[in-house]
Ligand binder design. Sequence first.
Ligand SMILES: Cc1ncc(COP(=O)(O)O)c(C=O)c1O
Length: 392
Amino acid sequence: MTVETVFNIEFSDRLKELPPYLFVEIDKAKRQARAEGRDIIDLGVGDPDTPTLPHIIQALQKSVTDPANHRYAFDAGLPLLRTEIAAWFKKRFGVELNPDTEIYPLIGSKEGLAHLPLGIINPKDKVILTDPAYPAYRASIAFAGGKIQNLPLKEGNGFLPDLKKLAEIKDAKAMWVNYPNNPTSATANLEFYKELVAIAKEKGIILVSDMAYSEIYFDGEKPPSILEVEGAKDIAIEFHSFSKTYNMTGWRIGWACGNPKLVAALAKVKSNFDSGIFQAIQVAGVTALRTKEEEIEDLRRMYQERRDLLINGLRGVGWKIPPPKAAFYVWARLPKGYTSSIETASRFLQEANVVVTPGIGFGEAGEGFIRMTITMPKDRLSEAIARLSKIL
Ligand SMILES: Cc1ncc(COP(=O)(O)O)c(C=O)c1O
């Protein structure tokens, strides 16, 4: 008899009400294929495949041996980390941030993004989400009881939300935006943010901007921060991450910045959930922020070469996909003859041993697309193209 049958453990309503996990079948098939010993090429997971930059690892090797770093960390992070983030932000975006009130380090940006709704959303508050979207937004807004209104991202509009439609929405408390975007890889320019901030200010909508991919951009086009817009700090909070810029996904470090009241709301929630980031990692984070730009440029070049290889290879077999301008995702309309994103993903896996992510998993507007990552060496991408070309 299992514990569950004795005590009849029931999940909370909030857990039961979470939208279904749409990757279940694909995940099961992937595990099964691996168990059968098949050589799977996984273009599903967006996690850098190259190691953390060596100088950051060396900084951690040193900081981890210092007993001063072994105790509970300050909730608000090391003052040095916050001032270094402020210096980085000023250099990258030309925006001044007060390190004491406008910056808050996080255990990865996902942690902060997921906790923020508990600090600003009441049950039944209307929250606008762009669709498709990074799935963690939907779940965390639902946990806070927020009611989500989707604003579709259409290819014809560069996967940006239609701001005329936004202006028509009544009584929204907050809106989440994410550029460079996961899963579409679209970018937003400053003109877009100016209009967005103007509408949000007029309607009293809090803006939550996720810039986890700020440094992964191509063709020299640097994505701007929403905080570059004059007055954006009155209503906006932005999330940043060390994960993708420095290959540090496993380390768990990021930050929130912007409006001091929004930052304070997040800090208050967090003070009841966690006790900060392991201080040795914060010290290494300071070193990461001082990384020479050429090293990040090398990473960007690597991803750009892979992007071009995948896009050109697939074009060669008749599948035309617009090249992404940023992030490390290729967001592709289904190839001819395929009718659903789940069916496409499962056929690619069964017939070519290639894993891709079905677009529907990112929201209804993601149907008709699949997402492929370029966090894979060139020889494996070439092999994936060769395999797909046989079935397309
Ligand atoms: C859009 C987006 N935001 C945030 C994150 C979370 O990044 P981290 O928690 O590693 O900073 C991810 C991770 O894939 C992402 O795709």
